[in-house]
Design a protein around this ligand. Structure first.
Ligand code: NDP
Length: 445
């Protein structure tokens, strides 16, 4: 039995039932077989056994009082996965589906993603099973304050720097930052995605969506093509989806769908800048449902459906994990789609991933294509350290350069192992190699 399979056996026993985490580990392991054959030093140092085990796992009670005066209890988590390359870095997710498996998969992916950016960041992830949907601002504030009252013991600008993710946007980050500052009596860049007047970076809100589109543009360049004129489907209508749509519009593509957990809107005329501004108001201020779009602008509402049956050239999954299965992947291909750039983390399930790889379309996994968010968080940390504010143009240019470099590094690693068009293999190998070498240098810790 190979080294990888021996470690896999142990990981799947030790983390039995953690479906999402095991899915993420299996995908990385599948790419690493040739790396292990060429590099016996990794086995000798137990790199795989160590890399699948978070350095620290923090689970805590989050009590808070709702608007009716009733006590509520949620569960809070932070998985500090790997610090070989820098302070732990990765978002906080507030969603009822959050559990140990989901956050461990996200933390594990984050280690490789952050490594791929070539910036100095370790990987971590956290969050809670709290659902901000349907809660008043007051309830969200009380929850965030209670969550941070415990989390603040474990984080710090040189230790662990969380950001947003699903259910954690500007409002939640503000409440958490306020509570951190109050308890610790310090104003530091302990969170990224901060408001622009209190330490945030221009372009951070846009970065993940923009970066995903920049990555698609790089993939298209390998075929001497551009996004201009392409018909694009997007899933989700939150932070990543909104700014992916904005950048696609700017580059002359036509966005025809957005979605939320209720269903999909299909607008064959295109969701232009004006319609998108309305969606941003609906989602970020009024906190309404995407189906209201068709009442305002027409088009079709596909209740309970995802956008993958809609004919397109390029697809941008920007909602959540496992939101695109094998059957849907096949439908996309049958309808002529040949670019898939993942804004979300692990949105394609293993069957879909295999179909995309076998078909040789331009398919970018989230850990490469959505790394623009964390990269710009790093730029925010740099601005906080030097007490500087960079211009929008400077941050956007740097973001674009980082995405171009990630694209090049991913292709180079895949080519080194004989599969230049396999972005999954390239991202896993390039991400792994840098962390593994740093772990070797730092001894068995
Ligand atoms: P938001 O909370 O802003 O938006 C999430 C969107 O996805 C909403 O439209 C939401 O719909 C939808 N969604 C969430 N869960 C489900 C579900 N189970 N089924 C169907 N739709 C769902 O989150 P973000 O835009 O920040 O994050 C989206 C994805 O991008 C996630 O996978 C995240 O990990 C990833 N990501 C985010 C980064 C960032 O900088 N924000 C960085 C890198 C990756 P509804 O409102 O109905 O729940």
């Amino acid at each position: 039995m190979s080294y990888i399979e021996r470690v896999w056996e142990k990981v799947s026993q030790r983390n039995a039932g953690e479906v999402e985490f095991l899915q993420a580990v299996r995908e990385v392991f599948d790419s690493l077989e040739p790396v292990m054959e060429r590099n016996p030093q990794y086995e000798a140092a137990g790199i795989l056994e160590r890399i699948v085990e978070p350095e620290r796992q923090i689970i805590f009670r989050v009590p808070w009082v709702d608007d009716q005066g009733k006590a509520q209890v949620n569960r809070g988590f932070r998985f500090e996965f790997n610090s070989a390359l820098g302070p732990y870095k990765g978002g906080l997710r507030f969603h009822p589906s959050v559990n140990q498996s989901v956050l461990k998969f996200l933390g594990f992916e984050q280690v490789f993603k952050n490594s791929l950016t070539t910036l100095m960041m370790g990987g971590g992830k956290g969050g809670s099973d709290f659902d901000p949907k349907g809660k008043s601002d007051n309830e969200v504030m009380h929850f965030c304050q209670s969550f941070m009252t415990e989390l603040q013991r474990h984080i710090g600008h040189h230790t662990d720097v969380p950001a947003g993710d699903i259910g954690v946007g500007a409002r939640e980050l503000g409440y958490m930052f306020g509570q951190y500052k109050r308890i610790r009596n310090e104003f530091t860049g302990v969170l990224t995605g901060k408001g622009i007047t209190w330490g945030g970076s221009l372009i951070r809100p846009e970065a993940t969506g923009y970066g995903t589109v920049y990555f698609a543009e790089e993939m298209l360049k390998t075929r001497d093509e551009k996004l201009e004129g392409k018909v694009c489907t997007i899933s989700g209508s939150g932070n990543v989806a909104q700014f992916a749509a904005e950048k696609l519009n700017q580059l002359g593509a036509k966005v025809v769908s957005l979605s939320d957990s209720g269903g999909t809107i299909y607008d064959p005329a295109g969701i232009d800048a004006e319609k998108l501004a309305w969606v941003m108001e609906l989602k970020n201020r009024r906190r309404g449902r995407i189906k209201e779009y068709t009442e305002k602008f027409g088009g079709e509402y596909l209740e309970g459906e995802r956008p993958w049956s809609i004919k397109c050239d390029c697809a941008f999954p920007c909602a959540t994990q496992n939101e695109l299965n094998g059957e849907e992947a096949q439908t996309l291909l049958d309808n002529g789609c040949y670019v898939v750039s993942e804004g979300a983390n692990m949105p394609s399930d293993p069957d879909a991933v295999n179909i995309f790889i076998d078909s040789k379309i331009l398919y970018a996994p989230g850990k490469a294509a959505n790394a623009g968010g964390v990269s710009t968080s790093y730029l925010e940390m740099r601005q906080n350290s030097s007490r500087n504010n960079w211009t929008r143009e400077r941050v956007d240019k740097k973001l674009n350069e980082i995405m171009v470099n990630i694209h090049a590094a991913t292709r180079a690693a895949a080519a080194e192992y004989g599969e230049p068009d396999n972005y999954v293999m390239g991202a896993n190998i390039a991400g792994f190699t840098k962390v593994a070498n740093a772990m070797l240098d730092q001894g068995i810790v």
